[in-house]
Write a protein that binds this ligand. Structure first.
Ligand code: ATP
Ligand code: MG
Length: 374
């Protein structure tokens, strides 16, 4: 690599601009592909690890696995190479940040958006599984978002090709993955199959819905203990607008015993699609795009639950009209009562106000508050 000013030349094909992230085994750089004059991302294996064949092989395998996969919901690999002892591969640059960034920023993710994002991740993972690959590190930091709202699964650093007719792959001696998102099988070091990714996916999905990781603990051991034994609250216990059919999807994948867990990503896609349809969402990609382009505006538009459920059809105003009429009738009745000396209208204004404004969450925190102040 040749350094000139603030950028570094990687062979005669790429100019590295700046580091984007740093993982355990590699570093990620924003770069320019000179032949096509476009921005790309380059993942470089740490120099000290590139002398060890185990790490080199793993790194090359990550690139080769990615090269087999071509799907709108999977990050695309462009090139692989070695330059003066630096091993690297080149990917498309996904400009919208990661799902982890989004979860850190958000104080609430609208239900339809959470479901839509989960749906596209599931599509990506279903494709991955269809190509006999297990991802084994599904987590928000490994989900990339384009600025236009396309969801892409990335980081195949722990991915493995499935061997054997049963679709099982032997696990390692030690747990590999990210503790908070590991399946019980990963924690215990038993055989892994697609259901392990389904479990990790559902932890991520749970977090999209509630902004909480169900297995969070003070240290890794506690996280492992939680994965293996703690009771998981259904998301609807943490957030009042989550319907039972969404709870069922999440909890069906979070089963500790993989024999009772949802069995395939394709059946999960069907369940997620069904849930989106029940919410009146027919074009999930539009929900993600609209939300990412302006989360605050999206929230204003969808302030009322009725609008949230009926945005695709354009209806859904009748409930709010009913509420307005009820509020007016109530006000008239109170005025009459005051006239008859039964109550002082002014004493009741705060109560009346709270009755008419609980419809409008305004802030994300209202979603886990009871809507009726009584
Ligand atoms: N194609 C890409 N476009 C944009 N950003 C990317 C891309 N690939 C990776 N990144 C950024 O780099 C980070 C790390 O990438 P990746 O997860 O592949 O590396 P890693 O070394 O395996 O990291 P970790 O060990 O933290 O999972 C991502 O979370 C993301 O912020
Ligand atoms: Mg990663």
């Amino acid at each position: 690599m040749i350094s000139s000013g603030s950028s570094v030349q990687l062979g005669d094909k790429y100019t590295m601009h700046r580091p984007l992230a740093s993982g355990g085994a590699s570093r990620i750089f924003l770069a320019r592909q000179l032949s096509l004059d476009r921005e790309v991302v380059i993942k470089v294996l740490r120099k000290q690890l590139s002398t060890q064949s185990e790490f080199r092989d793993r790194f090359a395998q990550e690139a080769r696995i990615l090269a087999r996969l071509e799907h709108p919901n999977i990050v695309q690999v462009i090139d692989f190479g070695e330059q003066e002892g630096f091993y690297y591969f080149v990917m498309e640059y996904v400009r919208g940040g990661t799902l982890r960034d989004l979860l850190e920023r958000a104080d609430h993710i609208p239900l339809d958006v959470a479901l839509a994002i989960a749906y596209f991740i599931a599509r990506g993972l279903d494709y991955v599984h269809g190509h006999k690959v297990l991802h084994l590190d599904v987590k928000p930091g490994n989900i990339l978002l384009t600025r236009s709202g396309i969801v892409k699964v990335a980081d195949f650093g722990l991915a493995r090709l499935v061997d054997g007719a049963e679709g099982q792959t032997a696990s390692r001696q030690y747990p590999a993955g990210t503790p908070l998102y590991m399946s019980p099988e990963q924690v215990q070091g038993s055989n892994l199959d697609a259901r392990s990714d389904i479990f990790s996916f559902s932890v991520l999905f749970y977090q999209l819905l509630t902004l909480k990781n169900p297995f969070a603990g003070r240290n890794t051991d506690e996280v492992y203990r939680n994965i293996l034994s703690c009771r998981v609250q259904p998301p609807s216990e943490l957030r009042s607008d989550i319907p039972v059919f969404v709870d069922d999807v999440v909890m069906g994948c979070l089963q500790r015993d993989k024999a009772t867990r949802s069995t395939s990503m394709s059946s999960l896609i069907g369940e997620l699609h069904g849930a989106l349809e029940k919410l009146g969402v027919h074009r999930p990609e539009e929900r993600v795009t609209r939300y990412l382009s302006d989360p605050n505006h999206y929230r204003t538009v969808l302030k009322k639950p009725s609008a949230r459920l009926n945005m695709d059809t354009g209806s859904g105003r009748s409930r709010s009209w009913r509420k307005t009429i009820i509020a007016l009738l109530l006000a008239a009745a109170l005025l009459a009562a005051e006239t008859w000396g039964l109550a002082r209208f002014s004493d009741l204004i705060p109560w009346l106000k709270s009755k008419t404004t609980t419809e409008e969450p305004g802030t994300g925190t209202a979603d886990d508050q009871p809507v009726n102040p009584d």
